[in-house]
Design a protein around this ligand. Structure first.
Ligand SMILES: *[C@@H]1O[C@H](CO)[C@@H](O)[C@H](O)[C@H]1NC(C)=O
Ligand SMILES: *[C@@H]1O[C@H](CO)[C@@H](O)[C@H](O)[C@H]1NC(C)=O
Ligand SMILES: *[C@@H]1O[C@H](CO)[C@@H](O)[C@H](O)[C@H]1NC(C)=O
Length: 339
């Protein structure tokens, strides 16, 4: 939290808002350096990735995304077409049933196992909807949690081709280019999701923000395609030749999985505190394959070109973290080896 400015009535409102927007669901892709939240889960004596009797993922009766999911990308700042293509093809891969296993669609099957009070499951269909460009940095190169909502507001209220208002099955995905800073970006946060406030945007819309860390902090947010200097391991080659964007893929996957199972932060999460919910992807952060946990990513795959990945999608390969499977109570992914 920023230090408190003098309290006037107007500021009180803003502070209240800031309080509620506080670190909702934040994340970075490499093994946690904050034990105790995750150490319990990744204790070496556990048999399965992340397996733990301490995890009490619960359903809190709120809605989940059971209708066909539409992702609306908002490209903030300067994006190359080649970068947009990687991200679009990843999203389209989520429901591409005919990719070779291990596939992105196989990864999504774990997310589909979550359901709501009526027994309806998360939709198997995820597709890309309309897109919006904010090429000229309408709110500058440094965004706050509040201004992120203003960018979404501009996108849904634009006079030309506004994004549709789709509170039931829309996911508004704000993607910031590599020269944009967002509150707490790089400081253990590579993306977050929440919902917009009617007071700011006019509607309650589930949204996520994910930043391109290529220039600001690739070793934090594009791990293991970049690693901190002090790390003993070397960085691995990224599957689509773009360290920043390949690093974003796993964060985008993380946020879409959580938005689908916890869009209004009152559905699937662990822990008693809804201000700091631990969600299905948080429980498996840094785990990309069998054996993952602690400081080990788990077994990944190596392509003939030397690139590291763990699943196939449409025309491409991706490296995506696993998610929590509440039926078997551990992290699972399509590239799991029999053990
Ligand atoms: C985390 O747990 C370890 C023991 O495993 C303890 O020594 C340490 O103080 C804890 N850290 C925090 C911040 O609670
Ligand atoms: C959901 O998506 C599937 C596959 O794209 C399509 O066949 C189906 O008609 C859609 N359902 C609705 C209600 O839009
Ligand atoms: C739907 O959810 C139920 C309950 O969580 C689960 O047992 C079932 O396997 C899910 N169905 C699919 C198709 O994933």
């Amino acid at each position: 939290m920023p230090s408190a400015p003098p309290l006037t009535a107007a500021l009180t409102t803003i502070l209240l808002l800031l309080f509620f927007i506080k670190p909702t669901i934040s994340w970075r892709p490499w093994p946690s350096t904050h034990p105790n939240s995750t150490n319990l889960l990744f204790d070496g004596s556990k048999k399965y990735e992340g397996s733990s009797e301490f995890v009490e993922l619960k359903y809190h009766m709120g809605p989940v995304l059971t209708a066909n999911i539409t992702v609306y990308p908002i490209w903030y700042g300067r994006w190359q077409n080649s970068q947009k293509r990687i991200i679009r093809e990843f999203i389209a891969s989520i429901s591409a049933a005919n990719s070779a296993p291990p596939s992105v669609a196989g990864w999504w099957k774990t997310v589909q196992q979550y359901s709501d009070q009526t027994g309806a499951n998360i939709s198997r269909n995820v597709h890309i909807g309309e897109e919006k460009n904010d090429r000229f940095y309408s709110l500058g190169k440094s965004l706050t949690r509040l201004s992120v909502q203003s960018v979404i507001k501009s996108a849904v209220t634009a006079t030309t081709r506004p994004l549709p208002i789709n509170p039931k099955s829309g996911v508004y995905l704000l993607l910031t280019s590599d020269d944009v800073h967002v509150d707490d970006f790089c400081n253990n946060i590579c993306g977050f999701h929440y919902f917009t406030f009617p007071s700011i945007v006019g509607y309650t819309l589930p949204y996520a923000w994910v930043g391109n860390s290529a220039k600001l902090c690739p070793s934090v947010c594009a791990y293991p395609f970049a690693v901190p200097e002090y790390f003993p391991q070397k960085a691995v080659k990224s599957p689509n030749d773009d360290v920043g964007v390949d690093g974003m893929i796993s964060v985008i996957a993380h946020e879409i999985a959580e938005l689908s199972t916890n869009p209004l932060v009152n559905a699937w999460y662990a822990g008693g505190d809804p201000v700091f919910p631990v969600e299905i992807a948080d429980l498996c952060e840094g785990i990309y394959g069998t054996g993952g946990g602690g400081s080990y990513t788990g077994q990944m795959l190596n392509g003939e070109d030397g690139a590291t990945f763990n699943m196939n999608g449409i025309r491409r390969r991706f490296l995506v973290q696993w998610v929590w499977n509440h039926i078997v109570n551990y992290c699972t992914g399509p590239n799991a080896l029999d053990q």
